[in-house]
Design a protein around this ligand. Structure first.
Ligand code: GUN
Length: 288
């Protein structure tokens, strides 16, 4: 049976070490690192995420600036807020919660964020820096996946990695991070021919496709390390109930893999921890 990669425990330890880093920053800079989170509209899932980010930010000893704007906020108002946050010396990191309501241009808003405050790693400056090997901010979910992989495997050099999914938020930056670690990287997606055969060649599998329990145990190379980024809500056995499952069929995969992240309790808790990590990093870089 595979070892379980305990993302929840890893994230808790990371958050403690970030809190220590925050204390050092406060002693040096005479202020707290500050994270500004902008939420536009009433999306239920986004409200939960933003509340959790706020709590975690405070718990790490940082300043949390929350901006909740009405769903009918104009593009100009939103851009003006981002520009004000860019100019605000108390703000080290800026996160605009996605998705934005219809009618707002997500890309234009994201690209307005100062790359030095881009703790989500979504600006083209940040993605370009990752691509070219320059220092910059890396999107939180793939960064968290990489931390779990390095904790489990140590040096990743020469390993064969398959990333399933090619989103800008997870798949593409994940592939770039693995390449930076000298893995041989394949990016698979919905049009990949014979996906099971592609996955079977991999020492490392990162599943980020958004398809419940798609990756089966008999697709895996025995001993592979499996990182499941999927969070899918599906009907449970009990009538009227639902449950969360990943993109990997945990029951069959855990019989073949060497190590695997569970859902929930794997990658999920790492995302917020990495947001705090990036915010502390932004604060330290700005104080130089
Ligand atoms: N919506 C869902 N995940 C994310 C994220 O990581 N960052 C932002 N800004 N919005 C999101």
């Amino acid at each position: 049976m595979a070892d379980i990669i305990d993302g929840k425990a890893f994230a808790a330890a990371l958050r403690e070490s970030i809190a220590d880093g925050v204390a050092d920053f406060v002693a040096k800079a005479g202020r707290k690192p500050g994270l500004a989170v902008v939420l536009v509209g009433e999306d239920a899932a986004s409200q939960v995420y933003v509340r959790n980010k706020h709590k975690a930010t405070i718990a790490a000893g940082m300043e949390s600036f929350e901006y909740r704007l009405a769903a009918d906020t104009s593009q100009a108002e939103l851009l003006a807020l981002v520009e004000a946050l860019n100019a605000d010396p108390a703000v080290d990191g800026i996160l605009v919660q996605l998705p934005l309501p219809n009618g707002l241009d997500e890309n234009a808003v994201i690209q307005t964020i100062d790359p030095d405050k881009d703790v989500d790693g979504f600006t083209t400056t940040s993605t370009g820096r990752l691509l070219t090997g320059l220092p910059g901010f890396v999107a939180c979910t793939p960064l968290g996946c990489l931390m779990l992989l390095k904790d489990r495997l140590g040096d990743l050099s020469g390993k064969s990695a398959v990333v399933i999914g090619r989103s800008n938020i997870v798949g593409k930056p994940m592939a770039q991070l693995l390449l930076r670690e000298s893995c041989t990287v394949t990016i698979a997606h919905s049009r990949t021919a014979d996906l099971p055969a592609v996955v079977r060649g991999a020492d490392i599998v990162v599943a980020a496709v958004g398809r419940p329990e798609m990756v089966k145990g008999d697709w895996l190379k025995p001993g592979a390390t499996v990182i499941d980024v999927g969070i899918n809500r599906v009907p449970a056995a009990e009538e009227g109930k639902t449950k969360l499952v990943g993109d990997v069929d945990f029951a069959s995969a855990s019989e073949v893999a060497g190590a695997i992240t569970p859902v929930p309790g794997g990658v999920g808790p790492m995302t917020i921890a990495c947001l705090l990590y990036n915010t502390l990093e932004a604060a330290n870089r700005r104080e130089g």
